[in-house]
Design a protein around this ligand. Structure first.
Ligand SMILES: [Zn+2]
Length: 245
């Protein structure tokens, strides 16, 4: 309805109200003219994934056996995963697109502003084997209107654990070794979305899995494909309302 039309119908409704008719007509016209905040519909929920390539700039992260700093590995994985997700119609927000220094608070701010349905914080390590999935060690608390910084994740712990479960299934399905854990996570603990820190280590080849170093392009591709498959699964669960508050 145009503003002029809305105002004309408001006058008409007021007239009727003045004549002892139902006041609700005036209210309806006000709503139609967009003057009552309560009448505004919330923005349509969208499925957005935040990819946080950990480290960067002044913070190189771990030195990998390939000679590459962790910050370069995480950025390459973020770029690869972003394009896999874009090809599946998933909107992605990244915390960095280059070798930039991004402090932990700013990473959480980016994730929180995006109202993301999933945030993956990407790391790499030479210790351990396969993929390590870490969720926050904060105890679960009920959501409050204003969440305290550094413990905001506490209200999201169950959904972060559910996201880790979906990631775990997809990685196992792709034949990888997966370790699940909970730990204090400085950036993730301030995030108000389902968040998991993912640390990629070389595959040490126990049992059915083969050895694969962090510099193995096939291994990098398998990890990225499995993470993308997990997020597609997470999106369909989200669409069915399975992980909504
Ligand atoms: Zn790291």
């Amino acid at each position: 309805m145009s503003d002029r039309l809305a105002i004309r119908s408001l006058f008409a409704a007021c007239n009727r109200a003045l004549h002892g008719r139902r006041l609700v007509w005036a209210f309806t016209a006000l709503v139609a003219a967009g003057h009552l905040a309560s009448a505004q519909a919330p923005p349509a929920p969208r499925f957005i994934v935040v990819l946080d390539a950990a480290h960067g700039g002044d913070d190189p992260g771990a030195r990998l056996s390939t000679g590459q700093p962790e910050k370069a590995f995480t950025l390459a994985l973020s770029v690869r995963l972003r394009s896999l997700l874009a090809a599946r119609g998933i909107q992605v927000v990244t915390t960095r697109e280059s070798d930039a220094t991004v402090d932990l608070n700013h990473r959480a701010e980016i994730a929180n502003h995006a109202y993301a349905q999933a945030c993956l914080s990407l790391h790499a390590s030479e210790s351990g084997s396969g993929v390590h999935l870490f969720t926050s060690s904060l105890a679960h608390t009920q959501p409050t209107r204003f969440a305290a910084w550094k413990t905001a994740q506490s209200a999201w712990v169950p959904r972060s654990l559910a996201l880790a479960g979906v990631l775990n299934s997809a990685l196992l399905h792709a034949g990888m070794t997966v370790t699940l854990g909970r730990t204090p996570l400085l950036a993730v603990d301030s995030m108000t979305c389902p968040s998991v820190a993912i640390e990629i280590a070389p595959e040490r080849g126990s049992g059915q899995t083969a050895n694969a170093g962090l510099d193995d392009p096939g291994y990098q591709a398998r990890v990225a494909e499995a993470l993308a498959a997990a997020l597609v699964e997470w999106r369909s669960d989200w669409g069915s309302g399975a992980h909504q508050p």
